[in-house]
Design a protein around this ligand. Structure first.
Ligand code: PZK
Length: 287
């Protein structure tokens, strides 16, 4: 890093540093997690794929909502961004029934207060995308909440704005992804508010770490779908009979190489930019 940066927060696979009062540096590592455990083996360039893809979508969606991105660093994994007042909810949108949405539907017929048709099966496409906010758990899992609980946290007008923007973004990106053979089953967005009170898209957006990407040509509702990026890792871990608790297993070279290739393929399919060109000049994704 060229400037003095103070570490302010760690995620499972990312770090945040403060550059000054107005700017943060978000650094995405090559670490990978599966079944909620970070593995000891890294996937080379995974952090660059996620950083580049997120920046690409920030640039493509500027006319829908402003975002926090200021610059991409030459390392391809570091984003300089505006420091915002973050909303205390995760803004999740689901177009398909998977993960906690499927679990909640099986238990109650509802997801975050949205009553869904009877008889849906796991991974079914929903009649229309639904906004399903969640709390931000400091440890453990985010908890799905309904409209009233989310309004208690952010206020009604901000809730309505975040819901509308989240659904608009999902409709736009899921259509672009579908045209490239990738189903965006669901995605989690984080918003902040700037010094003028404007809603701003932050964090990472529309990456395989913040979304479920499914290969469209293998889509078969009625069970869980293969993950576009992590399926080799999951299959390998299942083959070991690992108990899915810390520590996770080392990955063999063929699993690492196959997984890296899937991340790069997702980047290239969605951006239509050769990944080599991104490595040579990351800001190429900003158009
Ligand atoms: C912010 N996080 C999540 C935690 C990570 C990411 N633009 C912003 N302004 C203020 N705060 C944040 C952001 C962004 N993005 C995001 N926490 C704070 C998080 C840990 C590691 F990489």
């Amino acid at each position: 890093m060229s400037e003095t940066a103070t570490h302010v927060a760690s995620g499972k696979v990312r770090e945040i540093y403060a550059l000054d009062d107005e700017r943060l540096l978000l650094v995405t590592s090559d670490r990978i997690s599966t079944f909620d455990v970070v593995l000891p083996t890294e996937i080379p360039d995974k952090g660059r794929v996620l950083t580049g893809l997120s920046a690409f979508w920030f640039a493509q969606t500027q006319s829908i909502v402003p975002n926090h991105l200021l610059a991409l660093r030459a390392d391809g994994r570091s984003t300089e961004c505006r420091r915002l007042e973050m909303l205390p909810i995760e803004c999740v949108v689901r177009g398909y029934l998977a993960g906690s949405g499927w679990k909640d539907y099986v238990a109650s017929g509802e997801v975050c207060g949205h009553r869904l048709p009877a008889g849906l099966v796991e991974s079914d496409r929903l009649p229309e995308p639904i906004f399903t906010p969640a709390t931000k758990a400091q440890t453990g899992h985010d908890e799905n909440i309904d409209r009233a609980a989310a309004i208690a946290l952010v206020g009604e007008s901000r809730y309505d704005e975040a819901e509308r923007v989240t659904l608009d973004l999902y409709r736009y990106i899921s259509e672009r992804a579908a045209a490239r053979g990738i189903i965006l089953a669901d995605t989690k967005l984080e918003f902040g508010v700037d010094e003028t009170g404007k809603l701003v898209l932050a964090d990472e957006a529309f990456t395989p770490d913040s979304s479920r990407f499914w290969p469209a040509d293998e889509y078969k509702p009625g069970g869980p779908q293969p993950s576009f990026d992590k399926q080799f890792v999951r299959d390998y871990c299942e083959s070991l009979g690992w108990g899915k608790t810390y520590p996770g297993p080392e990955l063999p070279a063929q699993v690492v190489d196959g997984t890296r290739a899937r991340y790069v393929e997702a980047f290239e399919r969605l951006t239509e930019i050769p990944f080599d060109e991104y490595l040579a000049d990351p800001e190429i994704v900003l158009g």
